[in-house]
Design a protein around this ligand. Structure first.
Ligand SMILES: C[S@@+](CC[C@H](N)C(=O)[O-])C[C@H]1O[C@@H](n2cnc3c(N)ncnc32)[C@H](O)[C@@H]1O
Length: 196
């Protein structure tokens, strides 16, 4: 693991304990986006950067779910939630930039509010493409680069720049079907697929 990714891992190890307290106050638009995107998952589904498992309750029960995350402390919270909800879930500790799954092993890949924390977003999207079957679905919601004052000042302090999720997905080979913005344009969500 490179130094930037290790730094990100440490950050989420430190935040794991209070993450769920913060997400209790997230905007209703984010909550409804979680419901909408997870509702579109089918078959073998991989959630990349599953965190504490905030999305678990929104997946259809028949989805065969695997969650991957860099942080063992975040994964421990997700494990607890899955147990409380009686939700079968395979959890894997790993790096989105180097997925430990075989090519074409998932029907759906979902990633929520995490791409912007991954140092090499292009590599992560290329990996998501690799593990999806042809025709498989990518469901994404993420923050975009903040270009307006005063947010653009804060943006410069980040270790790695945010990218427009749609653009990174297209560069990785995905075909974007639907995309839109919410929260004054600061968050983008999209549905894409790996061409057959
Ligand atoms: C803002 S949280 C989002 C968690 C969850 N997706 C949600 O919607 O609540 C970001 C998550 O991304 C994970 N993460 C960051 N970089 C990662 C990487 N390279 N590979 C896997 N997970 C990563 C962090 O450990 C953290 O759990």
């Amino acid at each position: 693991m490179d130094a930037r990714t290790e730094k990100v891992r440490q950050l989420w190890e430190d935040r794991a304990e209070r993450y769920d307290t913060g997400s209790r106050y997230e905007p209703p638009a984010i909550r409804s986006t979680r419901r909408l995107l997870c509702g579109g998952a089918r078959g073998r589904t991989l959630e990349v950067a599953v965190g504490t498992g905030t999305n678990l309750e929104y997946y259809p029960p028949q989805v065969e779910l695997t969650g991957l995350d860099l942080s063992p402390a975040m994964l421990a919270k997700a494990r607890e939630k899955a147990r409380e909800q009686g939700r079968p879930l395979t959890l894997v500790e790993g790096d989105a930039q180097e997925l430990s799954f075989a090519d074409r092993s998932f029907d759906t890949v979902l990633c929520a509010l995490a791409l912007c924390t991954i140092p090499d977003q292009g590599r992560a999207l290329t990996e998501m493409y690799r593990v999806l079957v042809p025709g498989g679905r990518l469901l994404l919601v993420d923050h975009v680069e903040y270009t307006r004052f005063p947010f653009r000042l804060r943006e410069r302090l980040r270790g790695h720049p945010r990218r427009l999720p749609r653009r990174v997905a297209e560069e990785a080979g995905f075909r974007v079907g639907h995309h839109d913005r919410l929260l004054f344009g600061m968050v983008e969500r999209l549905v894409a697929h790996r061409p057959s």
